[in-house]
Design a protein around this ligand. Structure first.
Ligand code: PLP
Length: 465
């Protein structure tokens, strides 16, 4: 399996290459040259498999020659063995139509563990073979950082620099990052928003001063391997709800468009999906893009759902490429226009290509709190605010009541206990597996929101040999 960049001018790479590269050299994102497709019979044969076995089946076509099936199975067993639920991603029914797919049973309580636990092992495997080192730089609005740090802390050959916007992540999120003591982990709090941090990270990937000295890798969802690992749970839920005979819809609390893009990939691979509902908070660039073709970035409004407080959604570029005819040169031009004007109009092909499968909904803070209360009163379920945004979007959908709608429960409610308490009066407790988070000492470096300062810190601190 070969991978090409959405901007058309970076070299094609194999799976090992894209896993270690992250962002493509031309500033684009990697996608497989073609979508592998399962037959109905192959999908039917997946029913009842354990999660690691299902993951092996679904991901193997993407891995190509980079791992044997045995190696991939071993990594999946190790990664998913760390989850606190036997089903890894259990499905819970709320009412006749509404379901929750609980993705937060990993070590840091958010869905990002599902992909990052595997990615940490992939890094170690590939680096161990070549004897190379990898310096990860990442930006986080909260959950990526803790999940990535947990996944790579203490692993051989890899070092991580994680930027978070100072004061804009929850205390639990910050402590999950800053209390990890491992010599290969560096936390940086920068002045500014998540988008500022993400823009700096993107710039480091194409900065010769850094890339000539060290190989830079990504753990954000620009890394293809992350999206690939997320495809698996769409299959897991779909199979339980009757795939390949019956199609479900999925409502996905969305920020960087990674999680919902994995649903698009599952659909391309043959999983029947009625609809993908892109659920945004008031930072609604994706809602505007999908309803009107207007992809224009405003300023970020901080909300109770910080992992969705985003104006620029990196992975949307993958959809625009795939729906818009896979023309890298044209997309590179379009994205350059967006980067200078912070606004662009989708082409007709892009709009039409997306509209068959995707719908979107924007949910404000009051509606989010209502959905939280509804789940609690109706089904005794305490949700996190991100999940509640997804559930609200699912509940206002006009899909036929016979279509099951699966809301992706992207975080454990205890990660956002203040917002949950405000809406329901209940304060969810942290599960025992996170340990004495509030007693441990924090370590991080504060830097101004200035690219050179951050780059120089990375350059001077990273171990090179
Ligand atoms: C990261 C995150 C999201 C957004 O996911 P994307 O893949 O960036 O769209 C939503 N909810 C939670 C809790 C998250 O951590």
């Amino acid at each position: 399996m070969q991978y090409v960049s959405t901007r058309g001018s970076a070299p094609a790479l194999d799976f090992e290459g894209v896993t270690l590269a992250g962002l493509a050299k031309d500033g684009g994102l990697y996608l497989p040259t073609e979508w592998p497709r399962f037959s109905k019979a192959e999908i039917a044969a997946m029913a009842g498999l354990s999660y690691p076995e299902l993951a092996t089946r679904v991901m193997m076509p993407f891995v190509g020659d980079s791992l044997t099936e045995e190696e991939l199975r071993g990594l999946c067993e190790q990664a998913y063995g760390r989850f606190a639920h036997d089903a890894v991603t259990p499905l819970v029914q709320l009412d006749q139509q509404q379901w929750l797919l609980e993705l937060f049973h990993g070590p840091t309580l958010a869905f990002k563990d599902v992909a990052l636990q595997l990615l940490g092992l992939l890094f170690e495997t590939f680096l161990g073979r070549s004897g190379k080192r990898l310096t990860i730089v990442g930006a986080t609005s909260g959950d990526t950082g803790s999940a990535a740090i947990d996944a790579v802390a203490g692993r051989e050959g890899v070092e991580i620099f994680m930027l978070h916007p100072k004061g804009r992540v929850s205390e639990v999120q910050r402590r999950q990052m800053t209390t990890v003591r491992a010599p290969n982990v560096h936390n940086i709090a920068i002045e500014g928003s998540f988008d500022d941090a993400q823009a700096m990270v993107k710039r480091m990937f194409v900065d010769e001063a850094l890339t000539s000295r060290m190989q830079i890798g990504a753990v954000n969802s620009i890394n293809w391997a992350r999206l690939m690992a997320q495809v698996v749970y769409y299959f897991a839920a779909g199979l339980q709800l009757g795939a390949p005979q019956r199609a479900a819809a999925y409502s996905v609390p969305t920020g960087n468009f990674g999680d919902v893009f994995a649903g698009y990939v599952a659909h391309k691979m043959g999983l029947p999906i009625k609809q993908l509902i892109v659920a945004t908070n008031v930072n609604d660039i994706l809602h505007r893009a999908l309803t009107r073709g207007d992809y224009s970035a405003g300023t970020v409004t901080p909300t109770a759902t910080p992992s969705m407080d985003i104006q620029v959604s990196s992975n949307f570029e993958r959809l625009l490429f795939d729906c818009g005819g896979r023309d890298g040169a044209a997309l590179a031009e379009q994205m350059r226009g967006f980067e200078s004007a912070r606004a662009m109009q989708l082409t007709n092909a892009q709009q039409e290509g997306a509209s068959g499968l995707f719908v979107s909904a924007r949910t404000d803070g009051d509606e989010m709190a209502q959905a939280l209360r509804w789940a609690h009163e109706r089904a005794g379920q305490v949700l996190d605010p991100h999940t509640a945004i997804g559930l609200h979007a699912a509940r206002i959908s006009d899909l036929d009541p016979s279509v099951p709608i699966v809301t992706l429960a992207t975080a454990h409610p205890a990660k956002f206990s203040d917002a949950v308490e405000r809406a329901t009066g209940m304060r969810p407790a942290l599960p025992a597996r996170v340990g004495d988070l509030f007693a441990r000492e924090e370590h991080y470096t504060e830097l101004p929101g200035n690219y050179e300062a951050v780059r120089d810190f990375v350059s001077e601190t990273a171990a090179t040999d």
